[in-house]
Write a protein that binds this ligand. Structure first.
Ligand SMILES: NC(=O)c1ccc[n+]([C@@H]2O[C@H](COP(=O)([O-])OP(=O)(O)OC[C@H]3O[C@@H](n4cnc5c(N)ncnc54)[C@H](O)[C@@H]3O)[C@@H](O)[C@H]2O)c1
Length: 251
């Protein structure tokens, strides 16, 4: 039986589409109240409306995950609507690939601001707006944090930082009843990923992946929902690879 997430109140950044969207829908289907946080207004509203239409609890929040005040305001609104937060999923990303010599300062700043600072603000907002219950953070990592991959230097820097931060925060926040984990998805053809990976790139990823296929958004959402909820109550500091085995492969 699927885990029951009734009484959970979870803020999901980047929840308008892709992995974040699938996560918001799954958490809500299992009973959680979800803050559907996205910088794209139409996506935030569409996902929240779909959840509400199927009987779930959702609050659309249109904001930028790199904006500390906006993330705190989002957590305050979610808490006012559904009660103190029990979790946050730090999913929002700004991503560009390319050779290291071409990485531009403004692009690097934006990637770090959304991908790294955004995760800090999500954790801080949870700590400010949580109640007495145990709480849980899930960060989105990537196999690029473990494996050298050409032309991903800035993205690898973001996800390497996220993996290190996940372990560090698990140690710092464990005594306060806050678990901190990460999910590292393999190749999932979300709208965002399709914008930077072409068909040849996906053919290579299929061939490299031991399970011989790409992942689906719902498969990543299932891993995130597991780590967010009480079924994972003794798991912290873990990076769960939902990647078809690509990180396990050496040749
Ligand atoms: N898709 C993959 O293959 C893959 C693999 C490994 C890791 N990941 C990670 O999973 C996460 C989700 O990726 P995805 O492929 O679903 O991406 P996506 O681009 O399809 O969706 C990301 C969502 O985040 C929103 N967003 C972007 N910037 C934002 C901001 N500043 N504030 C709030 N919302 C913002 C977008 O509007 C979009 O709805 C990312 O952290 C990504 O690095 C994805």
């Amino acid at each position: 039986m699927s885990e029951d997430l009734t009484d959970q109140v979870v803020l999901v950044t980047g929840a308008g589409r892709g992995i974040g969207g699938a996560t918001a829908r799954l958490l809500a289907a299992r009973g959680a109240a979800v803050g559907v946080f996205d910088i794209a207004a139409e996506l935030a509203h569409a996902t929240a409306d779909a959840i509400t239409a199927s009987g779930g609890k959702a609050l659309p929040i249109v904001a930028d995950a790199s904006d500390r005040k906006a993330v705190f305001a989002a957590a305050a609104s979610l808490s006012a609507a559904f009660g103190p937060l029990t979790g946050v999923v730090n999913d929002a990303i700004f991503i560009r690939y390319g050779p290291v010599e071409g990485v531009e300062e403004e692009v690097l700043d934006r990637m770090f601001a959304v991908g790294i600072k955004g995760a800090f603000w999500g954790v801080q907002a949870l700590l400010t707006h949580r109640g007495e219950k145990p709480a849980s953070v899930v960060n989105l990592a990537s196999p690029v944090a473990d494996l050298g991959t050409a032309n991903t230097s800035s993205y690898t820097a973001v996800k390497g930082a996220i993996v290190a931060l996940t372990r560090q925060l698990a140690v710092e926040l464990g005594p306060r009843g806050v678990r901190v984990n990460a999910v590292a998805p393999g190749a999932v053809p979300t709208p965002g990923a399709r914008a930077i990976v072409d068909e040849a790139g996906y053919a290579r990823r299929r061939a490299q992946t031991p399970l011989g296929r790409l992942g689906e958004e719902a498969e990543i959402a299932a891993a995130i929902a597991f780590l967010i909820g009480p079924d994972a109550s003794f798991i912290t500091g873990e990076v769960l690879h939902a990647d078809g085995g690509i990180t396990a492969k050496s040749m």
